[in-house]
Design a protein around this ligand. Sequence first.
Ligand SMILES: [Zn+2]
Length: 170
Amino acid sequence: MEKTCKEIEELLVDYADGQLSSDNSERVAEHLAQCENCRKVLNALQRSLELSGIIWTDGFTETENIHIPIQRKIRKLSWRHYAAIAASILLAVTTSIVWRALVKPAEKAPSLIEIERSIIEEGTAAKLLTATDLLASKPHTEALIKSQYEYIVTHYPNTKAAATAKMRIP
Ligand SMILES: [Zn+2]
């Protein structure tokens, strides 16, 4: 069961992007019909893809000629894939920042929730850093990379990932 969900998740980026063969697409659709969890993942991915579309538009089209391998049948981890991962993490980060701003109580001793939150922040910042490092291995990403490292430093100043990101900003 779990393996199936994992297999499906690997196909979801391409599914959301309309890139799957009809066989695979059917398989994913069948699974989605009966698996709420994968539907949620798909939802998040669709939002991420929209967001990564914004990143493309804002970050690159003016100056860079990016080749997005849209029509290739077999793609391991494409450019869009990396962007989707990075964007989905950004999305999670943004959501948590909004949430924190809404619920943050006045100054007092750290509660369990706050401790848990700092652990989550540490983890989120680390994931964001990993995604950014992955992006950094691709060509023409300098501007995006720099802004993502800066983002980590700004929004997660007290994490290890922020310290690492700081060193990587050119
Ligand atoms: Zn599933």
